[in-house]
Write a new protein. Structure first.
Length: 170
């Protein structure tokens, strides 16, 4: 077993994450990973390796990453993620997140449900409104991935697209 790398699964100790890792070999995931590698390199976050965490981040927990971070799970309110590079959350992001922790405003945050208490990218900070969003019984939930990035001196949140990533780094 020496030299073997295993993914961490906080929610189910002892359960292998091979299914998750094998799913990442599918064509759409492979293309997304290639695109993320190009973007990460453009952000200057390639100095340190990207890291993956599988599990939920609960209130009071803080995870720090020396490069970019991919989290498969939720970041709950009161939880915090700090990364020198980009942050990708395949789950809900409702806690606090810092991308570009060393001051890089070309980093970004992507999540399948982006509703953070606070977003920090480089030295730019934004927080969510104090009033929670009103949920309508008739409106469909927005299922598109969202991206937070710095434009001028503000943090913008848009629907994720490859074209938008190209604009951020142009």
């Amino acid at each position: 077993m020496s030299g073997e790398v295993k993914a961490v699964n906080e929610d189910r100790p002892g359960v292998s994450c091979d299914a998750v890792i094998n799913a990442l070999d599918d064509e759409p995931y492979r293309l997304a990973n290639e695109q993320l590698a190009v973007v990460t390199k453009g952000a200057g976050a390639d100095k340190e390796p990207a890291e993956m965490y599988v599990g939920n981040i609960r209130s009071g927990q803080t995870l720090k990453f020396k490069g970019s971070a991919t989290i498969i799970g939720n970041v709950n309110p009161g939880g915090e993620v700090i990364a020198v590079g980009n942050v990708v959350v395949l789950g809900s992001l409702k806690g606090m997140v810092t991308a570009g922790a060393m001051g890089n405003t070309k980093c970004f945050v992507v999540s399948t449900n982006l509703d953070p208490m606070q977003v920090r990218i480089g030295n730019v900070i934004a927080r969510s409104p104090d009033q929670p969003k009103k949920k309508s019984r008739f409106k469909k939930e927005d299922k598109e991935m969202k991206i937070a990035y710095v434009l001028n001196t503000n943090i913008c949140i848009d629907t994720y697209s490859a074209d938008l990533i190209s604009e951020i780094y142009s």
